[in-house]
Design a protein around this ligand. Structure first.
Ligand code: UDP
Length: 407
């Protein structure tokens, strides 16, 4: 098991001592995180690492998941899509089923912590029960709300305003709300199985297990099979480039418990890939952290051609491995990539194909982008920074009417 001191070699001693000091001020407070899945997707990825580290610092923190049936998750996936700006049909019955399911969860969850840290829309309605408790509630929104569906937001907003504060990943995601809004981007854990250094032998073993040729360029996108990640667009970009460069494409993903669309998207991806033996579609179990790490490290170029994105942890993961990344300029991706400095930002299939061909043909330039990307992640998107900001947020709840807080 890891502990906070293991991070000294990456971020230095001062940052770690500061974390310990802040954590001492949280002694005596209990915090519960609530989201909708313990596996799959970025939120689970972060909580899986953050919760044990907070515990290691002596913080009284827990993590629970709300439960729901298939219908509930179909509706909340529609919420997710509609908040990202996709047109979805949502009926009065959908809203009622959502509220009923969240209400049912109140009985099985322990909401008696000092701070309720509620992630995303799925469990957001839990706040409707807050009058029964004397605690503080924070809504942590991981979604880009800049083009949210008006109808859905009109339903959610009065609920969100019952929270004491909201947290967003980027300035453009914030909303006109009555309470404090904090900007805290997510992070990756450099010591997790997903991101730690790997011996060459492990990387080669993973490539050979998936029958990927280590001698030819590998272009990769790691993502749940979700329309918003545009895996079909990735195949189209690859096909444009394949005429010039003899590369391979890896599309690796799995499913998340709270995402019912995966099977359909995967079938469309398989159909689009056809019989091309150089397209590797890998459907991985949720524990495949070493495999994903190895695939990212083996890649020549990494793509993230999302149509919409919250933050895009996969971009940070790729940059941290010093890889050149070509990603859509959506959601939190421009926070991570400065165009032509720490990666490439694109807006179309043709643009992605153009830059993919450029980077495959200019390895020195590609390496420079990757090197800069790694430093961008070291300075901004590692777990230690994220822990500091969350702990300060928790402490700030004791000072609701102060604009300047001294700790
Ligand atoms: N991931 C994974 N297995 C998969 C697909 C994705 O472990 O098959 C991980 C990925 O490495 C990243 C997270 O899930 O850590 C996805 O987070 P991101 O913010 O990129 O997207 P989200 O799925 O939350 O929309």
């Amino acid at each position: 098991m890891f502990n906070l001191d293991d991070y000294i070699s990456i971020v230095g001693e001062n940052e770690i001592s500061e974390l310990r000091l802040i954590s001492e001020k949280l002694r005596g407070k209990s915090i519960v995180n609530i989201n909708s899945t313990s596996i799959g997707g970025g939120v689970a990825e972060i909580l899986n690492r953050m919760v044990p580290l907070l515990k290691d610092m002596g913080v009284n923190v827990r993590w629970e998941c709300i439960k729901g049936g298939e219908k509930f998750f179909i509706i909340t996936k529609k919420f997710h899509n509609a908040l990202h700006g996709k047109k979805e049909q949502l009926s009065k019955e959908d809203f009622e089923l959502y509220l009923d399911t969240v209400r049912d969860n109140v009985l099985s969850l322990s909401l008696d912590a000092d701070i309720l840290f509620i992630h995303d829309p799925q469990p957001a309605a839990l706040v409707l029960e807050r009058n029964k408790y004397k605690n503080r509630w924070i809504w942590r929104c991981h979604i880009d709300l800049s083009q949210r569906d008006e109808n859905l937001w009109n339903f959610l907003k009065p609920m969100i305003e019952q929270y004491d504060a909201s947290v967003f990943s980027a300035p453009s995601f914030t909303q006109g709300l009555l309470h404090r809004q904090m900007l805290i981007p997510p992070s990756i854990d450099p010591l997790s199985d997903k991101n730690k250094e790997l011996p060459r032998q492990t990387i080669d073993e993973v490539l050979s297990r998936f029958k990927i040729d280590a001698e030819r360029p590998i272009v990769t996108q790691i993502s749940r099979f979700d329309y918003l990640k545009d895996p079909v667009g990735v195949i189209e970009a690859y096909k444009l480039v394949k005429q010039y460069v003899n590369c391979q494409l890896v599309l690796a993903g799995g499913s998340a418990d709270d995402d019912p669309e995966g099977v359909k998207v995967l079938a469309e991806v398989r159909q689009k890939a056809g019989e091309d033996p150089d397209i590797h579609i890998l459907c991985l179990p949720p524990t495949s952290h070493i495999e994903i790490n190895a695939l990212q490290r083996a890649s020549t170029v990494i793509l993230q051609k999302s149509l919409k994105e919250g933050f895009g942890l996969t971009v940070s993961e790729a940059l941290w491995k010093g890889k050149p990344v070509i990603a859509s300029s959506v959601g939190g991706i421009p926070l991570q990539i400065t165009h032509k400095y720490s990666g490439i930002l694109t807006h179309s299939i043709e643009g992605t194909a153009h830059w993919l061909k450029q980077l495959l043909q200019n390895p020195e330039y590609a390496k420079k982008l990757g090197d800069n990307g790694r430093e961008q992640v070291r300075n901004n998107f590692l777990l230690t920074r994220h822990l500091r900001e969350y702990m300060l947020l928790f402490l700030s709840l004791d000072h609701p009417n102060e604009t300047l807080i001294y700790f």
